[in-house]
Ligand binder design. Structure first.
Ligand code: GLC
Length: 533
């Protein structure tokens, strides 16, 4: 029996506002016009972050209408055309579903605010006469006050009220939403904040309230991993299974220990959940191996599937992460320090290329974040007045926030807007400013350069598609010393990544399939990955 496509798929994350314009912002038509880039890369699917009607208090994760397209991105017809045109290129389309909260502009929340305390309209959200001590994931209290003095819960921004998942209207709304997009041909859903929907009855205080932005909490909190979630995802799975073609779910769950992820996997609920733990990993063989080992074992024993992730729209880009002092990377406050530290972009780029070949050789599927195939660094110098991430202001500007990885992609040319284009107000540029100096990183420049990061990704994806050992399956670790990460995959594939400071002897092999940088005879230089036969 052939395994489901999503177990080995390479999925490319599109952040529509910054993928291709349009004008100052990206559009669905812009994305359609650039599908050739994705087909040339060789990805199996795209995942689109939210393009739904939204006031953009949190980049569209504040959804005002779950079954529409924000006019800034286009229309439902554009979406239909996108699914059809991508499908013709063999690319499936996964969309985001955001079930923990909605926008304060959602009609049901407006009705709730207009209705009195204790009204049925307020029951769909979490209103209380007194707040508890929970902290928003973006900083500050997780409660804000309605004009009549009652408080409502928002685990994220005040403009993102949390739903009451014990209310049947909420359950029904999301069942309708799933069917709405499944009817329009989506291949599946990435589930936002998938482990927080249900809150423990009584909303008990947390033991140590503190800011843990998008990181796993130390243990179980009253708003994470409540048992009702498993039943909910089983019911969603039934809906998806009612459609042909292996529709999938991939859940955003930040876990620190496999035991928190395990209950979701392998049953008849979620198809996949991300492992994000490679992202805060310092550049060390042992750190990478520990995460890979733990998740791979979890996937094997549960029968579940865990996609590997090195970047997304919430995390500083890997070129920058790998180009700073690696002691900082493991600190929970790394994002705070980011604006203030030296970045060695050349070193970060070498390591990011090596990490990409490692990611793409691991058993299972891989998610790539737009721009990582170009080796873009984080844009650290966005002026404060142009920053958009609510985390910036909610933390009193301590965290510079996530805008630096969300900058519009450079397509061509030597200067901003790098072919984006900038729309009617060229003096303003793209919605988030692009830095100078990205000329050599544009798609056009890299297409012309066989040594470019884009060329490396293309070759890696082509090799992965052709090689019988790559994609889903197993691995066997090889012990080649503390600085080297190495494994075999049958039939006939060996990977070695050199995390150490010096060159290392390659193990016996017949041929080099691909390398992330030049080899030195039979030596594997520092910060380089090689695929061997
Ligand atoms: C997820 C999204 C992030 C968003 C948050 C709240 O973590 O990836 O971008 O801010 O949920 O919806």
């Amino acid at each position: 029996m052939s395994r489901e496509w999503w177990r080995s798929a390479v999925v490319y994350q599109v952040y529509p506002r910054s993928f291709a314009g349009g004008g100052r912002e990206g559009t669905l038509a812009g994305l359609r016009a650039r599908l050739g880039h994705l087909a040339g890369l060789g990805v199996d699917a795209v995942w689109l972050t939210p393009f739904y009607p939204s006031p953009l208090a949190d980049g569209g994760y504040d959804v005002a209408d779950h079954c529409g397209v924000d006019p800034r991105y286009g229309t439902l017809d554009d979406f239909g055309a996108l699914v059809a045109e991508a499908g013709a290129l063999g690319i499936r389309v996964i969309v985001d579903i955001v079930p923990n909260h909605c926008s304060a502009e959602h009609p049901w929340f407006r009705q709730a605010l207009a209705a009195p305390p204790g009204s049925p309209e307020r029951e769909r959200f979490v209103f209380r006469d007194r707040p508890n001590n929970w902290i928003s994931k973006f900083g500050g209290p997780a409660w804000s006050q309605a004009p009549d003095g009652q408080w409502y819960l928002h685990l994220f921004d005040a403009a993102q009220p949390d739903w009451n998942w014990r209310h049947p209207d909420v359950v029904a709304l999301f069942e309708r939403t799933l069917r709405f997009w499944l009817d329009r041909g989506v291949a599946g859903f990435r589930i936002d904040v998938a482990n927080m929907l249900f809150k423990q009855e009584g909303l008990p205080d947390v033991a140590a309230p503190g800011l843990t932005p998008l990181r796993p909490e130390a243990g179980a909190t009253p708003y994470e991993n409540q048992p009702e979630l498993l039943e909910l995802y089983r019911s969603w799975r039934k809906i998806l299974d009612g459609y042909p073609g292996d529709r999938t779910t991939v859940a955003e769950i930040w876990f620190d220990a496999a035991e928190h992820a395990e209950p979701y996997l392998g049953g008849d609920g979620l198809a996949q959940l991300f492992d994000f733990r490679l992202m805060p990993c310092p550049w060390e063989a042992a750190a990478f191996r520990a995460v890979i080992d733990d998740s791979h074992r979890l996937a094997r024993r549960s029968g579940g599937s865990i996609p590997w992730v090195l970047g997304n729209h919430d995390v500083p880009r890997m070129v920058t992460r790998f180009g700073i002092d690696q002691d900082l990377v493991r600190q929970p406050t790394a994002e705070v320090l980011l604006g203030q530290v030296e970045v060695d972009v050349a070193l970060g780029t070498r390591r990011a290329r090596a990490a990409a070949l490692l990611q793409l050789a691991l058993p299972g599927s891989a998610y790539l974040y737009q721009g990582d195939e170009l080796g873009l660094p984080e844009h650290l110098a966005i002026p404060a007045e142009r920053r958009q991430d609510p985390m910036f202001e909610r933390t009193g500007r301590a965290f510079i926030g996530r805008d630096g990885c969300r900058v519009p992609l450079p397509w061509s040319g030597e200067a901003p807007p790098y072919g984006f284009p900038a729309g009617d107000s060229p003096e303003l540029g793209t919605w988030l400013p692009q830095p100078p100096g990205w000329g050599p990183l544009t798609v056009a420049a890299q297409e012309a350069d066989p040594g470019s990061t884009l060329a490396l990704y293309r070759r890696a994806l082509a090799e992965r598609r052709a090689h019988p050992a790559l994609g889903d399956g197993d691995l066997e670790w090889l012990d080649l010393g503390p600085d080297l990460l190495a494994f075999r995959r049958e039939p006939g594939f060996t990977l070695v990544t050199n995390f150490g400071p010096g060159a290392a002897e390659l193990p016996a092999h017949e041929a080099v399939l691909l390398a992330s940088g030049p080899l030195d005879g039979s030596l594997l230089p520092a910060d380089t990955t090689v695929w061997l036969r």
